[in-house]
Write a protein that binds this ligand. Structure first.
Ligand code: ZN
Length: 278
């Protein structure tokens, strides 16, 4: 069983009308969430690394300046996941693994702050970005300089993990709704990764049971807000311009809506919702 804690590492803003169907036009805050998990044997695991001030350095020049124009970002030195962990007396060297949901800047700004951690990500996602540079990278919201130089030597690919056998009631419902394999990261059934492509190629979510026996499902950017899956309110069509695969995005969005309807006890946590922090 795992314990976990959520951190807000700065935020960006977007027009609410574009992000959430039926919402009026105003500036909505999108926190960049990082989750810290503690596994009894594997130790500390981060889910994503959020924003750091590196975002400003790396988006100072074209073409990455386009990124900063589309999403104004607000992050201070004390907001970074490294700074917030230090406050809790957890140091970079204590983080054994970093699960990277996908290769967008708001999830990977902090990677270089953890020189000893092992990365866990999708092979499909990594292959799709690894040779991208300049405009091609910027178009995928990927900033190559945020990737540690030795990333490839320190990575474990999700797709190489064993597929979890049929499990408890909740796990079976998730498999049934998504019709996709659940990758058992540590072989003990404690952390299951599931492909949620659409927003980005090879985006993965993470499922685990916490110490209160609740199933937690970190869904990354497959939905942006909790109201979106509760009230079935996908983004506006304009938002689909930034999606890697609109068809897959819509399919996974609908599946999350359905999963919530079927099993309300599952704690579905999007990466950019203010609700968990209120
Ligand atoms: Zn994101």
């Amino acid at each position: 069983m795992l314990t976990y804690k959520l951190f807000q590492t700065g935020h960006c803003t977007h027009n609410a009308k574009i992000a959430l169907k039926g919402e009026s036009s105003y500036e909505m805050k999108f926190p960049a969430m990082v989750a810290l998990l503690k596994h009894p044997l594997k130790g500390y695991i981060l889910f994503d690394t959020g924003y750091t001030e590196r975002f400003y350095e790396e988006t100072a020049k074209f073409p990455f300046s386009l990124y900063a124009k589309i999403t104004p970002v607000y992050v201070k030195a004390e907001d970074t996941i490294l700074a917030q962990l230090e406050k809790e007396n957890i140091h970079a060297a204590d983080i054994r693994y970093i699960f990277l949901s996908h290769f967008h800047a708001d999830h990977m700004c902090g990677l270089k702050d953890f020189p000893n951690s092992v990365f866990v990500c999708s092979k499909e996602a990594f292959q799709s970005i690894k040779n991208k540079k300049g405009i091609r990278a910027a178009k995928s919201a990927y900033i190559p300089n945020l990737l540690p130089n030795d990333f490839e030597d320190r990575v474990l690919f999700i797709e190489d993990a064993k597929i979890a056998p049929v499990g408890n009631h909740t796990r079976n419902i998730i498999s049934e709704v998504f019709q996709k394999p659940l990758y058992d990261l540590w072989g003990d059934g404690s952390c299951l990764a599931i492909n949620l492509s659409g927003h980005a190629k090879g985006q993965f979510g993470l499922i685990f049971e916490n110490d209160s026996k609740e199933t937690v499902f970190l869904v990354a950017d497959s939905v942006w807000r909790s109201t979106a899956f509760r009230e079935n309110r996908p983004p506006n069509n304009i938002a689909y311009l930034i999606m890697d695969n609109v068809k897959e995005y819509k399919e996974n969005f609908e599946k999350i809506v359905r999963l919530h309807k079927l099993q309300k006890e599952i704690k579905i946590i999007p990466s950019h919702c203010e609700e968990p922090f209120q």
